[in-house]
Design a protein around this ligand. Structure first.
Ligand code: SF4
Length: 252
């Protein structure tokens, strides 16, 4: 018996029935192969220069929208902004930073009070804990000053790669690329920097954007995603890079 079974073809019964010819058919039915997504043309260096020149002409000094008064408050604002809008963070931090704009003052305020100030922001309990813990660490290990290296910044409670990129760029003028939801979408949709995750998009943007634009590239792309290349209904008709964009569904 075992011998007979071993001689049967390795095709499952359901497959056999789907391949069998139906009455009136001459050939067996075959499943339609899904068509491969079309490979989009990569941007040329000249096109990238053209796009960023237009962003620069339209907005020579783009500003981030997270309110802060020094590198420390920028760091805290970025930590608070995870899964929250900049507007929502600003609403909470205006009053908080008015009384606590240094690690020492934040510790004096204490976790419970910090929590009260930021309770309109998502995950506020964990974030209040992190703000206190990072302030303690800044005092204990960095003389109360925000460190200037990626590794040190990423070692702070609540701070990850994106936080480090924002602080390095905005507080210390380094050419970094923080990828948020807007930058991720724009990078992929336009095919300027396609990537499966934020790190891939970040590294690709760093690779293709010329140095002369890197200081502001992060803000130009965020603002482009926030106000023009919207997630649900991109405003292609007013987009200043619509002739360069590779998105097959663009409406121009
Ligand atoms: S053309 Fe449309 S999809 Fe392309 S970048 Fe502009 S707004 Fe976005």
């Amino acid at each position: 018996m075992a011998k007979i079974i071993s001689k049967l073809p390795a095709t499952s019964p359901s497959k056999i029935s789907s391949l069998a010819a139906k009455p009136g058919q001459t050939k067996p039915a075959t499943a339609k192969k899904p068509s491969k997504p079309k490979k989009l043309k990569p941007w040329t260096p000249a096109e990238i220069v053209a796009a960023f020149s237009r962003f620069r002409d339209a907005n020579p000094e783009p500003k981030g929208e997270l309110e802060h008064v020094n590198p420390y408050t920028l760091l805290v604002a970025v930590v608070l902004s995870a899964q929250a809008t900049d507007a929502g963070v600003n609403k909470a931090t205006r009053a908080l930073f008015a009384i606590a704009d240094t690690p020492r003052k934040m510790l004096d305020l204490g976790e419970e009070e910090v929590r009260n100030y930021i309770k309109t922001i998502g995950l506020y309990r964990t974030k209040a804990k992190n703000v206190i813990a990072l302030s303690e660490k800044l005092i204990a290990e960095f003389g109360g000053v925000v460190p200037r290296t990626r590794a040190e910044l990423e070692s702070l409670p609540g701070a990850g790669r994106k936080t480090a990129n924002v602080v390095l760029n905005m507080a210390f003028g380094e050419h970094t690329m923080a990828v948020d939801t807007h930058v991720f979408r724009v990078g992929n949709r336009t095919n300027l920097a396609p990537g499966k995750n934020v790190l891939e998009v970040e590294l690709e943007l760093m690779r293709v954007i010329p140095d002369e634009f890197m200081m502001h590239a992060h803000h130009w792309l965020i603002l482009h995603g926030r106000y023009t290349c919207l997630a649900r209904r991109p405003r292609c008709e007013v987009c200043i890079i619509n002739d360069l964009c590779r998105w097959p569904e663009k409406t121009v």
